[in-house]
Design a protein around this ligand. Structure first.
Ligand code: MG
Length: 260
């Protein structure tokens, strides 16, 4: 009986939350100042994966990936060792699920990129996908080389939660790297988060997120919140903006034991 009451209360609370979120606008959670200082990164980093890495994309095929919405074969294009977003095909995610990991991923905004703000080379790495669409925790990808936008939505931000410490973006046409340490959130038996997710990120070898504790999943409108989940795929975003699609290469992950 108690559990039924609890379920009813939880259902009413979530309905209230949905209603409250519906009153909000996207710009309610945009932060524009202060702008992260611009830092010029060193010469191109990267290179071959370490020996214990799981290679998620090595330049040949999308065997480790599926389409997020229906788990069908991933429909992005692979050519000349590169993976290029197919916006019409939607987000893709790994077949494997992960908890804690080290991730390396390289991405390139095309030299002929057009658009402004969030509509210029927008993509993203969801460090844990918690469902269809953009559900999960997004490390933003964007052309943030002389392209102002709200700073908690620029490249290397934890979307709408944390701007990067500095702006280490390279010019369009140049390859960029993210090296990420992801500590998945831990949920109690009651479904409440016991330990928040934590993330550290190097952008082109420069520290941009330093063990940041997330307030929940990243959301476009409203406030972040946690929903319980277990091991989850890593997801790449096919953003619907009209700018030219970005490319990826050299994606690998090393699973980590839980932190103590
Ligand atoms: Mg994005």
């Amino acid at each position: 009986m108690i559990s039924k009451v609890a379920v009813l209360v939880a259902a009413l609370a979530s309905l209230w939350a949905v209603g409250a979120q519906a009153q909000l606008l996207p710009q309610d959670t945009e932060v524009w100042k202060p702008e992260p200082l611009v830092v010029t990164p060193a010469a191109q980093l990267g290179g071959a994966p370490p020996s214990d890495a799981i290679v998620l994309f090595g330049g040949k095929d999308l065997g480790e990936w599926v389409t997020s919405k229906d788990k069908s074969p991933a429909g992005w294009s692979v050519a000349d060792g590169l993976l290029t977003v197919n916006k019409a095909a939607g987000n893709i995610e790994t077949k494997r699920s992960f908890r804690d990991f080290q991730l390396h991923i390289e991405w390139r905004v095309p030299a002929n990129i057009s658009g402004t703000g969030q509509g210029r080379g927008n993509s993203g790495v969801f460090l844990a996908s918690t469902g269809r669409g953009d559900a999960g925790y997004e490390l933003q990808i964007l052309d943030s080389y002389a392209n102002p936008t709200y700073v908690n939505g620029q490249a290397a931000s934890i979307y709408k939660q944390r701007p990067p410490l500095v702006n280490a973006s390279r010019k369009p046409g140049e390859w960029q790297t993210y090296d990420v340490i992801w500590r998945a959130p831990v949920f109690g038996a009651d479904g409440v988060v016991a330990k928040p997710a934590r993330v550290s990120v190097l952008h082109n070898g420069v520290l941009v997120q330093d063990n940041f504790a997330l307030a929940g999943e990243t959301v476009y409108i409203g406030q972040p919140a946690y929903r319980p989940h277990g091991a989850a795929p890593i997801k790449l975003q096919a953003h619907g903006d009209r700018s030219e699609p970005i490319s990826f290469r050299n994606i690998w992950v090393r699973e980590l034991p839980p932190s103590v």
